[in-house]
Design a protein around this ligand. Structure first.
Ligand code: SAH
Length: 231
């Protein structure tokens, strides 16, 4: 039996190990719901996906903090609120197909899988790519397909996508990704260099609509985007 700590923090089980589920519940209440994320499917996924399994051993205790966490190779896993917000902005559900650029730890992809979404995720750094694929497999997130390489060109074999989420910031939106978005689908993407805006780009019958949501800070998108001026 697990007895929650008498201090009322509820973060440790009776055996002294962190009570991860309690930490996740608190994360959802204090960091995510409180900032306005409402989609019940997103909240449920954030409650179930074991974020601590996606961060290096040394950072496990910090996994549910209200901040980004290092995942190795100079990269970070986004703050939980940002993951939840980006997932909500995609407006996807069971059976939809999402392209992710920047697999990183695999956490964002796992959150989408937990919502019944089929995920195609591309990671440019080989070591992170291999690690993420391994973590996702070990935890049974079978709806996530990971590819190692530059995500600039998207994944045309599986296009069009009902949603596209980019978790590294390009200076401008790569054209191939726009082309691979289905009509009615949303792309959620941080755009900029030092100052970045989280944008939602929606494909309509006739073109694209764009809106800015909040200022954000992501690691830069690397690879082809740095070499191909103008798109
Ligand atoms: N979504 C991740 C966090 C990603 S951090 C998670 O949930 O953990 C951003 C990632 O984007 C980094 O791992 C970085 O290597 C990757 N990245 C940067 N440029 C990229 C590109 N052109 N194609 C694919 N991945 C890229």
């Amino acid at each position: 039996m697990t007895i929650l700590g008498s201090g009322g923090c509820g973060s440790r089980g009776g055996d002294g190990r962190p009570d991860w589920a309690a930490l996740r519940e608190r994360m959802v209440e204090t960091q995510i719901k409180s900032r306005g994320v409402r989609d019940p499917r997103v909240l449920e996924a954030m409650r179930t996906v074991p974020r601590h399994e996606f961060v290096p051993e040394a950072w496990r205790a910090e996994a549910y903090r209200d901040s980004p966490v290092p995942i190795g190779d100079g990269q970070t896993i986004s703050q939980p609120y940002i993951v939840a917000l980006m997932t909500e902005l995609l407006e996807v559900g069971p059976g939809d197909r999402v392209l992710e650029i920047g697999t990183g730890s695999g956490y964002q992809a796992a959150v989408l899988d937990a919502m019944g979404v089929e995920v195609y995720s591309i990671e440019i750094r080989p070591s992170l790519c291999r690690k993420a694929a391994e973590t996702l497999k070990r935890l049974g997130y079978d709806r996530v397909h990971v590819r190692c390489g530059d995500g600039y060109g998207g994944w045309p074999e599986h296009a069009p996508f009902d949603g596209i989420v980019v978790t590294a910031a390009p200076e401008r939106v790569p054209d191939p990704l726009l082309e691979q978005l289905a009509v009615g689908g949303h792309m959620v993407i941080p755009v900029g260099t030092f100052y970045q805006e989280l944008k939602v780009i929606t494909r309509t019958e006739t073109g694209f609509e764009e809106r800015s949501v909040i200022p954000v800070r992501f690691v830069p998108m690397t690879g082809e985007i740095e070499r191909s001026p103008g798109g």
